[in-house]
Design a protein around this ligand. Sequence first.
Ligand SMILES: [Ca+2]
Ligand SMILES: [Ca+2]
Length: 246
Amino acid sequence: MCTRKFGSRFQVPGSGFQVPGSRFQVPVFTRPLDSALRRAGANARVPNLELGTWNFERRKAAGLSLVELIVFIVIVSTAIAGVLGAMNVATRGSTEPMIEKQALAIAEALLEEVQLMPFTYCDPDDANAATAVNAGGCAAAVEAIGPEGVDVPPTGPAETRTGAVRPFDNVNDYHGFSMAGGISDLAGNTIAGLDQYSASVTVAGQAIGAVPASDAQLVIVTVTGPANTTVTLHGYRVRYAPNALP
Ligand SMILES: [Ca+2]
Ligand SMILES: [Ca+2]
């Protein structure tokens, strides 16, 4: 019986089996097969103990060298730095939409406040405000563009947005109105968090198709916020209820 030796320390003396069609004897090792393979070197032809053949080749396990590992770390670090840089830019840019959305919300609220005001021939304080069919029917106070002053009957303080005695009572009263250094509510209280926003309003007659400029008004609300953010909204109001009083 011929016994192939891979080193006498690894072979069980007298053990092994015959390779089919050959006189070759497959040794049986006393140590794990991997240990014998490592000693045999890369691409060593070794016996397949289960199949009894020699057609099994085991490649030497390939790891990473130090240079390969360093190159890998450099590539991954560069990629991560690029991703983080893009995220940083996106994060800084994401504050601008927030300011724009806030400015838009202020502008929408103020435009709605103006458009919900009456649009009458006479100032609602006028005696004939509920019955006049045109400005000539007013007793004394025709509703004119801008807030009515102290000289418009009934005499008293000029109209203001938050006036306790004579608050704005028509769409056109908001013409020229502005809030600087903060946005305030109808009670005159500055709203927390909106102190860096400003707003202004203009109102003017504007014909809309068959509706004459005397019966339609264009309201323009402009809101300015931090970082020179400006939002402008246009809205129309027609005189559909000329005698409706507050
Ligand atoms: Ca008025
Ligand atoms: Ca007015």
